[in-house]
Design a protein around this ligand. Sequence first.
Ligand code: NAD
Ligand code: UDP
Length: 372
Amino acid sequence: MKKIRPVLKTYVEIHGNVIALVFRTLLLFCSRKNGKNQMDNSRKMNAPFTPMKPSIRKRVLVTGGAGFLGSHLCERLLDAGHDLLCVDNFYTGTKDNLLHVLANPHLELMRHDVTFPLYVEVDEIFNLACPASPIHYQFDPVQTTKTSVHGAINMLGLAKRVKANILQASTSEVYGDPEVHPQREDYWGRVNPNGIRACYDEGKRCAETLFFDYRRQHGLNIKVARIFNTYGPRMHPNDGRVVSNFIVQALHDEPITLYGDGSQTRAFCYVDDLIEGLLRLMATPDDFTGPVNLGNPGEFTIKELAEKVIELTGSRSVLSYHPLPSDDPTQRRPDITLARNALGWEPKVHLEEGLRRTIAYFDALLSGKIEG
Ligand code: NAD
Ligand code: UDP
Protein backbone atom coordinates (compact mmCIF):
# COMPACT_ATOMS: atom_id res chain seq x y z
CA MET A 1 0.00 0.00 0.00
CA LYS A 2 2.87 2.32 1.00
CA LYS A 3 4.46 1.75 -2.48
CA ILE A 4 1.31 2.40 -4.43
CA ARG A 5 0.43 5.81 -2.76
CA PRO A 6 3.17 7.98 -4.48
CA VAL A 7 2.37 6.39 -7.87
CA LEU A 8 -1.33 7.16 -7.38
CA LYS A 9 -0.48 10.75 -6.29
CA THR A 10 1.60 11.36 -9.45
CA TYR A 11 -1.14 9.78 -11.61
CA VAL A 12 -3.82 12.06 -10.10
CA GLU A 13 -1.60 15.15 -10.39
CA ILE A 14 -0.80 14.51 -14.09
CA HIS A 15 -4.43 13.78 -15.00
CA GLY A 16 -5.68 16.68 -12.85
CA ASN A 17 -3.37 19.03 -14.73
CA VAL A 18 -4.53 17.69 -18.10
CA ILE A 19 -8.19 18.15 -17.10
CA ALA A 20 -7.50 21.68 -15.81
CA LEU A 21 -5.69 22.52 -19.06
CA VAL A 22 -8.60 21.29 -21.20
CA PHE A 23 -11.05 23.22 -18.99
CA ARG A 24 -9.01 26.46 -19.19
CA THR A 25 -8.72 26.16 -22.99
CA LEU A 26 -12.48 25.71 -23.22
CA LEU A 27 -13.11 28.78 -21.02
CA LEU A 28 -10.71 30.86 -23.11
CA PHE A 29 -12.45 29.73 -26.32
CA CYS A 30 -15.88 30.58 -24.90
CA SER A 31 -14.82 33.97 -23.55
CA ARG A 32 -13.24 34.90 -26.92
CA LYS A 33 -16.46 33.87 -28.65
CA ASN A 34 -18.45 35.96 -26.14
CA GLY A 35 -16.13 38.87 -26.64
CA LYS A 36 -16.66 38.64 -30.39
CA ASN A 37 -20.45 38.53 -29.84
CA GLN A 38 -20.22 41.51 -27.53
CA MET A 39 -18.24 43.38 -30.16
CA ASP A 40 -20.80 42.39 -32.80
CA ASN A 41 -23.62 43.57 -30.53
CA SER A 42 -21.90 46.86 -29.72
CA ARG A 43 -21.30 47.38 -33.45
CA LYS A 44 -25.02 46.70 -34.02
CA MET A 45 -25.99 49.06 -31.19
CA ASN A 46 -23.84 51.83 -32.65
CA ALA A 47 -25.27 51.35 -36.13
CA PRO A 48 -27.94 53.84 -37.28
CA PHE A 49 -31.20 52.67 -35.69
CA THR A 50 -34.40 52.52 -37.71
CA PRO A 51 -37.34 52.35 -35.29
CA MET A 52 -40.08 49.85 -36.19
CA LYS A 53 -43.45 51.38 -36.96
CA PRO A 54 -45.73 50.86 -33.94
CA SER A 55 -47.87 47.99 -35.14
CA ILE A 56 -51.63 48.18 -34.77
CA ARG A 57 -52.07 44.51 -35.69
CA LYS A 58 -53.44 42.53 -32.78
CA ARG A 59 -53.90 38.80 -32.21
CA VAL A 60 -57.64 38.53 -31.69
CA LEU A 61 -59.63 35.49 -30.59
CA VAL A 62 -63.34 35.26 -31.45
CA THR A 63 -65.22 32.38 -29.84
CA GLY A 64 -68.39 31.41 -31.68
CA GLY A 65 -66.84 33.04 -34.75
CA ALA A 66 -68.63 30.75 -37.22
CA GLY A 67 -72.04 31.88 -35.99
CA PHE A 68 -74.26 34.70 -37.21
CA LEU A 69 -72.75 37.61 -35.25
CA GLY A 70 -69.32 35.98 -34.96
CA SER A 71 -68.82 35.69 -38.71
CA HIS A 72 -69.63 39.39 -39.23
CA LEU A 73 -67.25 40.31 -36.42
CA CYS A 74 -64.49 38.13 -37.90
CA GLU A 75 -64.96 39.83 -41.25
CA ARG A 76 -64.61 43.31 -39.72
CA LEU A 77 -61.51 42.32 -37.71
CA LEU A 78 -59.83 40.84 -40.80
CA ASP A 79 -60.68 43.96 -42.80
CA ALA A 80 -58.97 46.01 -40.10
CA GLY A 81 -55.82 43.90 -40.61
CA HIS A 82 -55.75 41.89 -37.38
CA ASP A 83 -54.52 38.31 -36.92
CA LEU A 84 -57.61 36.33 -36.14
CA LEU A 85 -58.17 33.05 -34.35
CA CYS A 86 -61.77 31.90 -34.70
CA VAL A 87 -62.84 28.99 -32.50
CA ASP A 88 -66.19 27.27 -32.79
CA ASN A 89 -67.67 23.82 -32.13
CA PHE A 90 -70.09 24.33 -35.07
CA TYR A 91 -73.16 23.61 -32.95
CA THR A 92 -75.23 26.37 -34.59
CA GLY A 93 -72.49 28.00 -36.64
CA THR A 94 -71.09 26.77 -39.92
CA LYS A 95 -67.90 27.10 -41.97
CA ASP A 96 -70.09 28.39 -44.80
CA ASN A 97 -70.43 31.65 -42.84
CA LEU A 98 -66.67 32.15 -43.24
CA LEU A 99 -66.20 30.71 -46.76
CA HIS A 100 -65.47 34.12 -48.25
CA VAL A 101 -62.60 34.79 -45.81
CA LEU A 102 -61.19 31.26 -45.34
CA ALA A 103 -58.34 31.90 -47.80
CA ASN A 104 -57.16 34.94 -45.80
CA PRO A 105 -53.75 34.00 -44.31
CA HIS A 106 -54.54 36.09 -41.22
CA LEU A 107 -57.46 33.83 -40.30
CA GLU A 108 -57.07 30.59 -38.37
CA LEU A 109 -60.22 28.51 -37.83
CA MET A 110 -60.15 26.01 -34.97
CA ARG A 111 -62.79 23.44 -33.99
CA HIS A 112 -62.95 23.77 -30.23
CA ASP A 113 -65.59 23.64 -27.51
CA VAL A 114 -65.18 26.51 -25.04
CA THR A 115 -66.29 24.31 -22.15
CA PHE A 116 -62.71 22.95 -22.38
CA PRO A 117 -59.62 25.07 -21.61
CA LEU A 118 -57.80 26.73 -24.47
CA TYR A 119 -54.10 27.60 -24.47
CA VAL A 120 -53.26 30.23 -27.09
CA GLU A 121 -51.44 33.56 -27.13
CA VAL A 122 -53.76 36.49 -27.93
CA ASP A 123 -54.19 40.19 -27.12
CA GLU A 124 -58.00 40.42 -27.26
CA ILE A 125 -60.86 37.99 -26.79
CA PHE A 126 -64.45 38.40 -28.00
CA ASN A 127 -66.44 35.68 -26.22
CA LEU A 128 -69.52 35.00 -28.37
CA ALA A 129 -69.76 31.20 -28.18
CA CYS A 130 -73.29 30.23 -27.14
CA PRO A 131 -76.41 29.25 -29.07
CA ALA A 132 -78.71 32.29 -29.14
CA SER A 133 -81.99 31.03 -30.58
CA PRO A 134 -84.49 29.69 -28.01
CA ILE A 135 -85.06 26.42 -29.93
CA HIS A 136 -81.31 25.76 -30.02
CA TYR A 137 -80.42 26.78 -26.49
CA GLN A 138 -83.40 24.80 -25.13
CA PHE A 139 -82.47 21.65 -27.11
CA ASP A 140 -79.59 20.81 -24.73
CA PRO A 141 -80.12 23.18 -21.80
CA VAL A 142 -77.40 21.68 -19.61
CA GLN A 143 -74.84 22.21 -22.35
CA THR A 144 -76.13 25.79 -22.80
CA THR A 145 -75.45 26.65 -19.16
CA LYS A 146 -72.06 24.92 -19.38
CA THR A 147 -71.18 26.89 -22.49
CA SER A 148 -71.96 30.19 -20.78
CA VAL A 149 -70.45 29.39 -17.39
CA HIS A 150 -67.54 27.01 -18.10
CA GLY A 151 -66.91 28.92 -21.34
CA ALA A 152 -66.63 32.18 -19.40
CA ILE A 153 -64.32 30.60 -16.79
CA ASN A 154 -62.05 29.16 -19.48
CA MET A 155 -61.88 32.35 -21.51
CA LEU A 156 -61.36 34.52 -18.41
CA GLY A 157 -58.61 32.13 -17.28
CA LEU A 158 -56.98 32.51 -20.67
CA ALA A 159 -57.34 36.32 -20.54
CA LYS A 160 -55.76 36.32 -17.09
CA ARG A 161 -52.79 34.17 -18.19
CA VAL A 162 -51.97 36.17 -21.33
CA LYS A 163 -53.21 39.55 -19.97
CA ALA A 164 -55.70 39.96 -22.81
CA ASN A 165 -58.67 42.33 -22.93
CA ILE A 166 -61.88 40.30 -22.95
CA LEU A 167 -65.41 41.16 -24.10
CA GLN A 168 -68.48 39.16 -23.19
CA ALA A 169 -71.49 38.91 -25.51
CA SER A 170 -74.18 39.16 -22.83
CA THR A 171 -77.82 39.66 -23.60
CA SER A 172 -81.01 41.59 -22.95
CA GLU A 173 -82.26 38.24 -21.56
CA VAL A 174 -80.50 39.13 -18.29
CA TYR A 175 -83.50 41.48 -17.76
CA GLY A 176 -85.89 38.51 -18.18
CA ASP A 177 -89.54 39.58 -18.52
CA PRO A 178 -88.89 43.15 -17.35
CA GLU A 179 -91.23 45.32 -15.28
CA VAL A 180 -89.10 48.39 -16.11
CA HIS A 181 -89.37 49.91 -19.58
CA PRO A 182 -87.18 50.70 -21.47
CA GLN A 183 -84.42 48.68 -19.85
CA ARG A 184 -81.41 50.52 -18.43
CA GLU A 185 -78.20 48.82 -17.35
CA ASP A 186 -78.89 49.47 -13.65
CA TYR A 187 -82.11 47.40 -13.76
CA TRP A 188 -81.46 43.98 -12.17
CA GLY A 189 -84.10 42.12 -14.16
CA ARG A 190 -86.88 39.62 -13.57
CA VAL A 191 -85.76 36.14 -14.59
CA ASN A 192 -87.52 32.88 -13.77
CA PRO A 193 -84.56 30.86 -12.45
CA ASN A 194 -86.04 27.45 -13.27
CA GLY A 195 -88.07 28.05 -16.43
CA ILE A 196 -87.23 26.87 -19.94
CA ARG A 197 -85.29 30.06 -20.76
CA ALA A 198 -83.24 29.93 -17.54
CA CYS A 199 -80.42 27.82 -19.02
CA TYR A 200 -79.64 30.78 -21.27
CA ASP A 201 -80.69 33.72 -19.08
CA GLU A 202 -79.09 32.47 -15.85
CA GLY A 203 -76.05 31.15 -17.73
CA LYS A 204 -75.47 34.62 -19.15
CA ARG A 205 -76.13 36.27 -15.77
CA CYS A 206 -73.59 33.97 -14.11
CA ALA A 207 -71.10 34.74 -16.90
CA GLU A 208 -71.51 38.47 -16.14
CA THR A 209 -70.88 37.73 -12.43
CA LEU A 210 -67.68 35.88 -13.35
CA PHE A 211 -66.52 38.73 -15.57
CA PHE A 212 -66.95 41.30 -12.79
CA ASP A 213 -65.38 39.01 -10.17
CA TYR A 214 -62.33 38.42 -12.38
CA ARG A 215 -62.13 42.20 -12.69
CA ARG A 216 -62.38 42.76 -8.91
CA GLN A 217 -60.24 39.79 -7.90
CA HIS A 218 -57.61 39.70 -10.66
CA GLY A 219 -57.78 43.17 -12.23
CA LEU A 220 -58.77 41.89 -15.68
CA ASN A 221 -59.68 44.37 -18.39
CA ILE A 222 -63.27 43.32 -19.13
CA LYS A 223 -66.08 44.65 -21.33
CA VAL A 224 -69.68 43.44 -21.11
CA ALA A 225 -72.16 44.10 -23.92
CA ARG A 226 -75.85 43.41 -23.37
CA ILE A 227 -77.02 42.66 -26.89
CA PHE A 228 -80.68 43.12 -27.82
CA ASN A 229 -82.37 41.23 -30.70
CA THR A 230 -80.10 41.49 -33.72
CA TYR A 231 -80.86 40.28 -37.24
CA GLY A 232 -79.37 40.27 -40.73
CA PRO A 233 -77.73 38.16 -43.42
CA ARG A 234 -76.20 34.82 -42.31
CA MET A 235 -78.86 34.04 -39.74
CA HIS A 236 -79.53 30.36 -40.30
CA PRO A 237 -82.77 29.80 -42.28
CA ASN A 238 -83.86 27.20 -39.67
CA ASP A 239 -82.54 29.26 -36.80
CA GLY A 240 -85.99 29.61 -35.23
CA ARG A 241 -85.64 33.29 -34.36
CA VAL A 242 -88.44 35.55 -35.37
CA VAL A 243 -86.89 37.58 -38.21
CA SER A 244 -85.44 34.59 -40.09
CA ASN A 245 -88.60 32.52 -39.48
CA PHE A 246 -90.91 35.23 -40.84
CA ILE A 247 -88.76 36.03 -43.89
CA VAL A 248 -88.32 32.37 -44.89
CA GLN A 249 -92.04 31.69 -44.38
CA ALA A 250 -92.98 34.79 -46.40
CA LEU A 251 -90.61 33.93 -49.26
CA HIS A 252 -92.26 30.48 -49.43
CA ASP A 253 -95.79 31.97 -49.16
CA GLU A 254 -96.25 29.79 -46.06
CA PRO A 255 -98.31 30.86 -42.99
CA ILE A 256 -96.45 33.25 -40.67
CA THR A 257 -96.22 31.61 -37.22
CA LEU A 258 -97.25 34.22 -34.66
CA TYR A 259 -96.76 33.06 -31.05
CA GLY A 260 -99.41 34.43 -28.70
CA ASP A 261 -101.48 37.33 -30.05
CA GLY A 262 -98.37 39.02 -31.46
CA SER A 263 -98.65 41.98 -29.09
CA GLN A 264 -95.32 41.26 -27.37
CA THR A 265 -92.62 43.73 -28.42
CA ARG A 266 -88.96 43.55 -29.44
CA ALA A 267 -86.47 46.14 -30.70
CA PHE A 268 -84.49 44.91 -33.71
CA CYS A 269 -80.91 45.94 -34.43
CA TYR A 270 -79.26 45.40 -37.82
CA VAL A 271 -76.09 43.31 -37.60
CA ASP A 272 -73.68 45.95 -39.02
CA ASP A 273 -74.74 48.43 -36.34
CA LEU A 274 -74.27 45.86 -33.61
CA ILE A 275 -70.77 44.85 -34.74
CA GLU A 276 -69.74 48.51 -34.81
CA GLY A 277 -70.93 48.76 -31.20
CA LEU A 278 -68.90 45.71 -30.13
CA LEU A 279 -65.73 47.07 -31.76
CA ARG A 280 -66.20 50.47 -30.14
CA LEU A 281 -66.76 48.86 -26.76
CA MET A 282 -63.55 46.82 -27.03
CA ALA A 283 -61.66 50.03 -27.87
CA THR A 284 -62.83 51.92 -24.74
CA PRO A 285 -60.33 52.84 -21.99
CA ASP A 286 -59.56 50.19 -19.33
CA ASP A 287 -61.79 51.86 -16.74
CA PHE A 288 -64.92 51.36 -18.88
CA THR A 289 -66.34 47.88 -18.36
CA GLY A 290 -70.04 48.21 -19.06
CA PRO A 291 -72.43 46.45 -18.87
CA VAL A 292 -73.69 48.47 -21.78
CA ASN A 293 -76.86 47.93 -23.80
CA LEU A 294 -76.34 47.50 -27.54
CA GLY A 295 -79.55 47.47 -29.53
CA ASN A 296 -81.91 49.52 -31.62
CA PRO A 297 -84.42 51.47 -29.50
CA GLY A 298 -87.10 51.28 -32.23
CA GLU A 299 -89.78 49.04 -30.67
CA PHE A 300 -92.31 46.97 -32.66
CA THR A 301 -94.91 44.37 -31.84
CA ILE A 302 -94.26 40.95 -33.34
CA LYS A 303 -97.50 41.33 -35.33
CA GLU A 304 -96.20 44.60 -36.81
CA LEU A 305 -93.00 42.80 -37.77
CA ALA A 306 -94.99 40.03 -39.50
CA GLU A 307 -97.03 42.58 -41.47
CA LYS A 308 -93.89 44.51 -42.46
CA VAL A 309 -92.22 41.32 -43.73
CA ILE A 310 -95.31 40.36 -45.76
CA GLU A 311 -95.42 43.86 -47.25
CA LEU A 312 -91.70 43.97 -48.15
CA THR A 313 -91.64 40.48 -49.69
CA GLY A 314 -94.98 40.93 -51.50
CA SER A 315 -95.90 37.55 -50.01
CA ARG A 316 -99.32 35.83 -50.05
CA SER A 317 -98.64 34.45 -46.56
CA VAL A 318 -101.37 34.68 -43.90
CA LEU A 319 -100.92 35.02 -40.15
CA SER A 320 -101.32 31.81 -38.14
CA TYR A 321 -101.56 31.99 -34.35
CA HIS A 322 -99.78 29.54 -31.99
CA PRO A 323 -99.44 29.31 -28.20
CA LEU A 324 -96.96 31.73 -26.60
CA PRO A 325 -93.93 29.82 -25.19
CA SER A 326 -93.59 30.13 -21.41
CA ASP A 327 -91.59 33.04 -19.97
CA ASP A 328 -91.61 34.80 -23.36
CA PRO A 329 -90.87 38.46 -22.44
CA THR A 330 -93.85 40.72 -23.15
CA GLN A 331 -91.97 43.97 -23.74
CA ARG A 332 -88.36 44.78 -24.55
CA ARG A 333 -86.54 47.91 -25.62
CA PRO A 334 -83.03 49.13 -24.75
CA ASP A 335 -82.22 52.46 -23.20
CA ILE A 336 -79.00 53.22 -25.09
CA THR A 337 -78.04 56.47 -23.33
CA LEU A 338 -74.87 54.86 -21.94
CA ALA A 339 -73.78 53.52 -25.35
CA ARG A 340 -74.41 56.94 -26.90
CA ASN A 341 -72.32 58.72 -24.25
CA ALA A 342 -69.52 56.22 -23.69
CA LEU A 343 -69.10 54.79 -27.19
CA GLY A 344 -70.49 57.60 -29.33
CA TRP A 345 -72.62 54.84 -30.83
CA GLU A 346 -76.18 54.50 -31.99
CA PRO A 347 -77.77 52.32 -34.67
CA LYS A 348 -78.00 53.78 -38.16
CA VAL A 349 -80.03 51.18 -40.06
CA HIS A 350 -83.80 51.52 -39.78
CA LEU A 351 -85.87 48.33 -39.52
CA GLU A 352 -87.32 48.64 -43.02
CA GLU A 353 -83.87 49.05 -44.63
CA GLY A 354 -82.40 46.21 -42.56
CA LEU A 355 -85.29 43.93 -43.47
CA ARG A 356 -84.84 44.71 -47.19
CA ARG A 357 -81.16 43.69 -46.99
CA THR A 358 -81.97 40.55 -45.02
CA ILE A 359 -84.80 39.58 -47.38
CA ALA A 360 -82.41 40.00 -50.36
CA TYR A 361 -79.95 37.66 -48.61
CA PHE A 362 -82.53 34.95 -47.88
CA ASP A 363 -83.97 35.29 -51.37
CA ALA A 364 -80.52 34.64 -52.89
CA LEU A 365 -79.84 31.83 -50.41
CA LEU A 366 -83.12 30.00 -50.96
CA SER A 367 -82.86 30.27 -54.74
CA GLY A 368 -79.33 28.77 -54.57
CA LYS A 369 -77.54 31.92 -55.78
CA ILE A 370 -75.30 32.00 -52.69
CA GLU A 371 -74.02 29.32 -50.30
CA GLY A 372 -75.01 29.39 -46.67
P1 NAD B 1 -75.28 31.81 -33.23
O1 NAD B 1 -75.98 30.62 -32.68
O2 NAD B 1 -75.42 32.08 -34.69
O3 NAD B 1 -73.73 31.77 -32.90
C1 NAD B 1 -73.20 31.14 -31.76
C2 NAD B 1 -71.91 30.43 -32.17
O4 NAD B 1 -71.35 29.82 -31.02
C3 NAD B 1 -72.16 29.33 -33.18
O5 NAD B 1 -71.20 29.39 -34.21
C4 NAD B 1 -71.99 28.05 -32.36
O6 NAD B 1 -71.59 26.95 -33.14
C5 NAD B 1 -70.95 28.49 -31.35
N1 NAD B 1 -70.95 27.69 -30.12
C6 NAD B 1 -72.02 27.31 -29.37
N2 NAD B 1 -71.62 26.60 -28.32
C7 NAD B 1 -70.26 26.54 -28.39
C8 NAD B 1 -69.25 25.94 -27.59
N3 NAD B 1 -69.55 25.24 -26.47
N4 NAD B 1 -67.95 26.06 -27.97
C9 NAD B 1 -67.63 26.75 -29.09
N5 NAD B 1 -68.53 27.32 -29.89
C10 NAD B 1 -69.84 27.23 -29.54
O7 NAD B 1 -75.79 33.08 -32.39
P2 NAD B 1 -75.49 34.62 -32.57
O8 NAD B 1 -76.75 35.31 -32.80
O9 NAD B 1 -74.37 34.83 -33.51
O10 NAD B 1 -75.02 35.00 -31.10
C11 NAD B 1 -73.66 35.18 -30.77
C12 NAD B 1 -73.55 35.61 -29.32
O11 NAD B 1 -74.26 36.83 -29.12
C13 NAD B 1 -74.12 34.61 -28.34
O12 NAD B 1 -73.31 34.56 -27.20
C14 NAD B 1 -75.47 35.19 -27.98
O13 NAD B 1 -75.88 34.82 -26.69
C15 NAD B 1 -75.19 36.68 -28.07
N6 NAD B 1 -76.43 37.41 -28.36
C16 NAD B 1 -76.97 37.42 -29.61
C17 NAD B 1 -78.16 38.09 -29.84
C18 NAD B 1 -78.79 38.15 -31.20
O14 NAD B 1 -79.88 38.71 -31.32
N7 NAD B 1 -78.19 37.65 -32.25
C19 NAD B 1 -78.80 38.75 -28.79
C20 NAD B 1 -78.24 38.70 -27.53
C21 NAD B 1 -77.03 38.05 -27.32
N1 UDP C 1 -91.87 34.50 -32.36
C1 UDP C 1 -93.00 34.31 -33.10
N2 UDP C 1 -92.95 33.45 -34.15
C2 UDP C 1 -91.83 32.79 -34.50
C3 UDP C 1 -90.65 32.99 -33.74
C4 UDP C 1 -90.72 33.86 -32.65
O1 UDP C 1 -94.05 34.91 -32.85
O2 UDP C 1 -91.85 32.03 -35.48
C5 UDP C 1 -91.90 35.45 -31.23
C6 UDP C 1 -91.39 34.90 -29.92
O3 UDP C 1 -92.42 34.26 -29.20
C7 UDP C 1 -90.91 36.16 -29.23
C8 UDP C 1 -90.44 37.04 -30.37
O4 UDP C 1 -91.03 36.51 -31.55
O5 UDP C 1 -91.97 36.80 -28.59
C9 UDP C 1 -88.93 37.04 -30.55
O6 UDP C 1 -88.51 35.70 -30.59
P1 UDP C 1 -86.99 35.28 -30.86
O7 UDP C 1 -86.92 33.79 -30.69
O8 UDP C 1 -86.52 35.83 -32.14
O9 UDP C 1 -86.13 36.03 -29.74
P2 UDP C 1 -86.32 36.23 -28.15
O10 UDP C 1 -87.64 35.70 -27.70
O11 UDP C 1 -85.18 35.52 -27.57
O12 UDP C 1 -86.26 37.70 -28.01
